[in-house]
Design a protein around this ligand. Structure first.
Ligand code: ZN
Length: 390
């Protein structure tokens, strides 16, 4: 019986009529979600005085909805007749409309004036609307984020989208007089800066606005790092570090892998130890009471967002690191009382890209291709975080 049901499910899905099942608007991008995959050919486009509309043979199960976007752009979705859903797009600059299909989702948005090279390219791609929709390219882009052996686990898809008003502050840990963790002549500060620069490059190529707390070997106090992020009105703050165990530790030569932390007052033994090392720089200058009030100021919404960001970034790093080293250890997402994250007013995380106290981690972390993989992984994580939460 169960087997029969399983056999029927694909048939039922395939045979069911096309329906609009949900609508969303995030940051100027309107998503029209269907119950199954759609094709650009299914949309019939017509011009009107104030813009254009698209008709598609599908049921519309929701109430009529108008999205009022910036620059007096309107997108209205409603049932036109029994068999047709109509999407009306009203705009003075209808040429700036982005029309993208990804599987069962139609994404509509308007190009903003201020744009990166990537966005300009997207705009060119879309100038002819339907003719330019390139499902293959999108599929390719989404496949690039999937590891060969983890395709089934990957739930989210990285899309070409407008990130020009998303501000990311990257914070390469330590610098200047502060070497961070040390292994022989190699300082943590050098590795974090190299990776930070690569993340910046990757995110900028995806249209993000990116600032770095330092882009040279200079010393910056922990509090100035978050102040910088607050001044830039960053949407997220990512502090980059490499882990290390004290030589006296029993697991010194064994412990390795990637971890991501988000700020909380939780104090697991492990988080406490890592935080102790990363906090060392400024901890003396903060008196007990200011620490206490800082911890009390942790806002639960920001904590939740930081946790989500941490999960996405950790996943992105692991998936990418494993493309080069399939046995990369997943140290997981953890909470900890990191001062560098305390003053940040936005979701913020601290990544530990590996253990420089571990021989092969240290070797990998100095390789450009591995650093690039980590940068792509962190950027993928950031992409997915914004895709899911905004
Ligand atoms: Zn560090």
């Amino acid at each position: 019986m169960i087997r029969l049901i399983f056999l029927l499910i694909p048939f039922l899905l395939f045979g069911s009529p096309l329906k609009v099942i949900d609508l969303k608007e995030n940051n100027g991008i309107v998503s029209i979600i269907f119950n199954k995959n759609i094709k650009s050919e299914s949309f019939k486009k017509s011009k009107i005085n104030t813009g254009i509309y698209y008709d598609i043979v599908s049921e519309y199960t929701l109430t009529k909805k108008t999205f009022r976007l910036k620059n007096k752009n309107f997108i209205t979705i409603a049932q036109n007749n029994k068999t047709t859903t109509r999407i009306v797009v009203q705009s003075k600059k209808i040429d700036s409309l982005n029309f993208k299909i990804n599987k069962n989702i139609l994404l509509l948005s308007f190009e903003v004036q201020k744009q990166s090279n990537q966005n300009k390219q997207t705009q060119n791609d879309i100038a002819n609307l339907f003719d330019s929709v390139d499902d293959k390219k999108l599929a390719q882009a989404s496949n690039q984020t999937k590891p060969k052996n983890e395709q089934k686990q990957e739930e989210t898809i990285v899309l070409a989208r407008d990130n020009s008003n998303r501000v990311v502050v990257l914070d390469p840990g330590h610098g200047g007089k502060d070497c961070g963790a040390q292994a022989g002549k190699i300082c943590e500060k050098t590795i974090t800066l190299a990776i930070g620069k690569l993340i910046k490059k990757t995110l900028e190529s995806r249209g993000y606005k990116v600032y770095m707390t330092r882009d040279s070997d200079s010393y910056i106090s922990l509090t100035d790092r978050t102040k910088f992020a607050n001044n830039k009105e960053a949407d997220i703050f990512v502090s980059i570090h490499a882990n290390s165990l004290p030589k006296t530790s029993k697991s010194y030569s064994v412990t390795n892998g990637i971890e991501t932390y988000f700020l909380s007052s939780a104090r697991s033994e492990r988080a406490r130890k890592v935080a102790e090392i990363e906090n060392k720089d400024d901890i003396e200058v903060m008196n007990y009471f200011s620490k206490l009030s800082f911890l009390n100021s942790i806002n639960s919404q920001r904590l939740l967002a930081s946790n989500k960001l941490a999960i996405d970034v950790q996943h992105g790093m692991l998936v990418n690191a494993r493309k080069l080293y399939s046995k990369t250890t997943d140290g997981g997402v953890r909470e900890g009382p990191f001062w560098v994250l305390v003053g940040a007013l936005m979701p913020s995380i601290l990544v530990e890209v590996g253990y420089i106290s571990h021989k092969s981690d240290l070797e990998k972390l100095q390789k450009k291709n591995y650093q690039e993989r980590l940068a792509i992984g962190i950027a993928d994580g950031i992409d997915n975080y914004f895709l899911k939460n905004f």
